[in-house]
Design a protein around this ligand. Structure first.
Ligand SMILES: NC(=O)c1ccc[n+]([C@@H]2O[C@H](COP(=O)([O-])OP(=O)(O)OC[C@H]3O[C@@H](n4cnc5c(N)ncnc54)[C@H](O)[C@@H]3O)[C@@H](O)[C@H]2O)c1
Length: 276
């Protein structure tokens, strides 16, 4: 199902724009209704893809998918799912296959911000830790296992997982001074697991033509408190937060033939945060 690259040294007959085309591709996006998920869905739809918007029932992914379908005049699907449940992820796979008969891509954009998410490490509750790890890491494992295995057994596909800057470097605690925000260890640890899992699967499934890559967003603007935005600017080479639409360009690259020789990579969309 994945296109074979053309064996040539002559670039002239290559249609480079077409390499980015996602027409007819069925792309499952978890956390589709979230801040970054919404931009992912819109971008993939603009490049021709059929979106399967997967999110918890509370986010109403069915309604969200209907909006996408109307805007783009193309079949889309919304599915309520808890990615931490294998039974629900299996139902998601079956719903996608029922409607479209295939899966070309999987994007894991979910995250759990459990109650008490920002508690200090010294008193962090086991239940909060479990909830964060269960959704972030186990959820990514399950979607890769259930949907990725289908792609591996059916000619290949693309997986894009989302770790975090804080699986690459530790959070600078000065960033949070004077704000109500923070970054708990459970988040970093769950994201570190996603990073390792993604590299593992990139190697494990390379011969099955399933490419597995990552995008690391950073500081995506969401009406943050002013003090946080000011602190962020001091520590960022680009002196600003990012916007959700700025993360989506990397997704088009990774889901399309434009990245046909890229696997196991982590595209950092972090404004240079980790270069100094
Ligand atoms: N926003 C940032 O600055 C930033 C930075 C680095 C990494 N990330 C990562 O990017 C991804 C998207 O971030 P975001 O800011 O859009 O997050 P968000 O909180 O806006 O969206 C997350 C979505 O996941 C959904 N979700 C929660 N639990 C779920 C479950 N059990 N099953 C299915 N869906 C579930 C939520 O309903 C929500 O729609 C996350 O993995 C996040 O960790 C975000």
């Amino acid at each position: 199902m994945e296109n074979e690259p053309i064996r040539t040294t002559d670039p002239i007959p290559i249609d480079f724009k077409k390499k980015f085309d996602l027409s007819g591709k069925v792309i499952v996006i978890t956390g589709a209704c979230g801040l970054i998920g919404r931009a992912f869905c819109e971008a993939v739809a603009q490049f021709g893809g059929h979106i399967v918007a997967a999110d918890i029932a509370l986010a109403n992914p069915e309604e969200f998918a209907r909006g996408l379908q109307e805007r783009h005049g193309r079949e889309m699907l919304g599915v309520s799912v808890d990615v931490g449940s294998k039974a629900e992820v299996t139902k998601l796979r079956d719903a996608v296959l029922n409607k479209f008969g295939k899966i070309n891509g999987l994007v894991n954009g979910h995250q759990n911000k459990a109650q008490s998410f920002f508690e200090p490490f010294e008193v962090y509750g086991e239940d909060v830790w479990d909830a964060v790890v269960e959704t972030n890491l186990k959820g990514t494992f399950l979607t890769c296992q259930v949907l990725g295995t289908w792609m591996a057994e059916n000619g290949g596909g693309n997986i894009v997982n989302i770790p975090s800057t804080y699986s690459v470097v530790a959070p600078n605690q000065n960033l949070y001074k004077g704000t109500s925000l923070g970054c708990p260890a459970a988040y970093s640890a769950s994201k570190g697991g996603i990073d390792a899992l993604s590299r593992y699967l990139a190697s494990y499934w390379a011969q099955k033509k399933v490419r597995v890559n990552m995008i690391t967003p950073h500081g995506v603007w969401n009406n943050h408190e002013a003090q946080f935005e000011a602190n962020f600017a001091r520590f960022s080479p680009m002196e600003r937060l990012s916007y959700n639409h700025e993360v989506a360009g990397a997704l088009i690259f990774l889901l399309s033939d434009a990245s046909s020789y890229t696997t196991g990579d982590n595209v950092l969309v972090e404004g240079g945060w980790t270069v100094w």
